[in-house]
Design a protein around this ligand. Sequence first.
Ligand code: PLP
Length: 389
Amino acid sequence: MPRRSEPIYLDYNAGAPLRPAVRESMIEVLNDTGNASSVHSDGRRARGRIEAAREKVARLCGVQSRSVTFVSGGTEGNMMALTPVWQAQGAPVYLEKLFRSAIEHPSVVTGGRFAVSKQLVVPVDSDGVVRIDVLRDSVCDEEPSLISVMAANNETGVIQPLAEIGAIAQEHGHFFHVDAVQAAGRLEIDMDAWQADALTISAHKFGGPQGIGSVVVRSAAKTPSALMVGGGQESWRRGGTENVAAIAGFGVAADAALEETANLRHVPELKTRLEKGLRAICPTTVVFGEKRERLANTCCFAVPGISAETALIALDLERVSVSSGSACSSGKVSVSHVLTAMGVEDDFARCALRISMGWNTTRADIEGFLDVWPGIVDRLNPDARHKAA
Ligand code: PLP
């Protein structure tokens, strides 16, 4: 077989490639001078760029632009949202506890600004879906608290029942935060249907720059208290001189992502092809969460006896980039807390690989992966291909 000339990138949930239009918009801004807080024309131009981007991000999330606060990414956004002190109609509201699911991103697992003793974990079922029954029982007699559940899991792509969770929050007087970092651009964001008070998004998951994201609230009258205080930027919600180039790029990516939520038609087909191909190569392949609704771009799978750590290296040598579990903790391949919460045995969880696709993934990428995978399986566990499912 002739050697492929192009590398294959299948790790969009860790970070999507920058879109060309985003790069161009950022370069234009990098040529500007001026701080958006200055009143002179240079400052006003920077301000104009920020406000134009805010409108685009607001459109992606179906809210008014004053609901959008720019922060440095998903981690900071989650840290900001996970606070026991919110502002509602100009007065502080104190939230007693934090209820979060067992499969949240580490930036939510840390609990933000809630004391450890005030954090409670809601389990998931074996498909990786939050146990609504447990959540309801846990929160029904509590003082106003915060519920934080992700829209879709970064490792498995399993989509969570947000509207049901939002209804529980509403019924019992709790606030509801959604980590929508993996959902933006892949699922329609509907804060009203979810009855979500706040959500977090991050630009680099859908082709924007790294290091920029947003906390988005349903109503600007009800917001988490500031995490970074300083010069009054972002209507006192996030201090610090704005990263105008990143914000401008974020806006361009948000526009493209909004269009794609409806138009990423090729991605579900690619996932179907991928999963069929994986099973044809190795009948014992397990796809985690496959019985439930998942993001169209994410496939988390394992083949018994093939360690993810070794497979990652073998794929890397073939110039195929995928991930094992969450990229945020990669570098060292430890057992995924998500798979553990789903009841997967440690030894098998160590075999889990994640393939994630996006705006620039092609059929050739998937075929390229499926071309090299049989050889890797044969080298790492020759028996695997001959075992029945
Ligand atoms: N939340 C989820 C679900 C994520 O997958 C990630 C990153 O992978 C984050 C939050 C953190 O986002 P950022 O990398 O922008 O800090």
